[in-house]
Write a protein that binds this ligand. Structure first.
Ligand SMILES: [Fe+2]
Ligand SMILES: [Fe+2]
Length: 373
């Protein structure tokens, strides 16, 4: 928790210049020439510690689902491009982010519908929330998708999302680094010239080739900056969490957590976006910590609560909540008999690659925040 002396802007080394009529005239002159005096903005642009513009918040599926379904009658995928309700963090509305530099939305599709094939500089993930028969085609690789499956559409790849005609209504979470790529002023978007992405490989070939634990295909080579395993299946992920739980106590802050990785490098699935799945065992409560980076959680199993910067958020299946950079957070499973699982999308690959990762555990109060809201 902040210690007043450590964050004192009156101390030597920080900007602390009082305005005078002469200085104000000087500032005006500088402004007229496209310049400014650093000491007038230094304490703001170089805070003592990260100051996130994002507000900790939760989007409850029970509140949102009906509104997502209303979009089915109001717009077609052809007209909308993608029929998505996006998550608008009030602190980040200017860049359409759910948290930090991460965009997220809920996409809904009827059986037999498909979204126009396209590609973009932004990297994307998709996490299936409900329905049967959804599939995604990425650069000719078709992936069949079920609830809690996690699929990648890496930057620059042609992709198309659809639901089989004999499937059911499907809703999934999209997650992209659009705000980040826009901040880098590097975003391109193209609609596929044929409006559709042809399937040219056997269905689910990337999972069959690259998704075998501890095994890599003979003669297989992959040098792209993203994982060749485009789809991560829920059953295997859940089984892995239980395997780890049987062999380890896990982390005091995250309990039993598995990171989704590129099987070739063991690094993140894509260069800008990372993801993990964690399991809280029955009755488990984690200790609070904070770290740089932005985190968007989806509850894919169970119910419980999280305390974020002193504010308690109760969650249940399919709710989505965010943890802004450097916000204290801790999670608790609300059930004494069932486990709870949290999917997490984050910008850790960027934070780590740029040497900006920093983490701190809460030492006071037994590692738990006082709940103030
Ligand atoms: Fe896309
Ligand atoms: Fe954390």
């Amino acid at each position: 928790m902040p210690d007043d002396k450590k964050f004192d802007d009156t101390q030597i080394g920080r900007a602390n210049v009082e305005d005078t009529p002469e200085l104000l005239r000087y500032y005006d002159d500088l402004k007229g020439k496209g310049t400014g005096a650093l000491w007038t903005v230094a304490n703001k642009i170089e805070p003592w510690e990260p100051v996130s513009q994002s507000v900790p918040m939760i989007w409850r599926y029970a509140d949102l689902r009906e509104d997502v379904l209303r979009a089915l009658d109001l717009v077609t995928p052809e007209k909308a491009g993608r029929r998505v309700i996006y998550l608008d963090n009030p602190g980040r509305s200017d860049v359409a982010a759910a948290v930090g530099w991460i965009y997220a939305g809920l996409q809904v599709m009827n059986p037999g519908e498909n979204a126009t094939a396209h590609r973009h500089s932004a990297s994307a993930i998709r996490f299936i929330m409900e329905g049967q028969g959804a599939y995604t085609v990425v650069d000719g690789h078709k992936m069949t998708l079920g609830a809690n499956d996690f699929v990648l559409t890496p930057n620059g790849t042609w992709h198309e999302h659809a639901v089989e005609p004999d499937g059911s209504l499907c809703i999934w979470q999209d997650g992209l680094d659009i705000p980040f790529v826009n901040a880098m002023e590097a975003n391109f978007f193209e609609v596929h010239p044929d409006l559709s992405e042809p399937v040219v490989f056997p269905v689910d070939d990337m999972t069959k080739t690259w998704g075998n634990p501890g095994l890599t295909p003979g003669g297989g080579s992959w040098t792209k900056g993203y994982s060749p395993l485009f789809k991560y299946e829920w059953d295997r992920t859940y089984e892995a969490l239980h395997n780890l739980s049987a062999a380890s106590d896990g982390s005091p802050f995250d309990s039993v957590l598995m990171e989704y990785v590129n099987p070739v490098t063991n690094g993140p699935v894509m260069q800008t976006l990372g993801a993990s799945m964690q399991m809280l065992r029955p009755g488990e409560k984690t200790r609070a910590h904070r770290h740089t980076g932005s985190y968007l959680y989806q509850v894919c199993k169970g119910s419980g609560s999280s305390v974020i910067n002193g504010q308690r958020f109760d969650w249940s299946e399919r709710d989505i909540f965010c943890v802004p950079s450097w916000a204290w957070h801790e999670h608790a499973n609300g059930s004494a008999t069932e486990d709870a699982c949290l999917f997490c999308l984050n910008d850790l690959p960027v934070i780590r690659a740029l040497g900006l990762y920093r983490e701190e555990a809460l030492g006071e109060n037994g590692g738990h925040q006082p709940v103030t809201g």
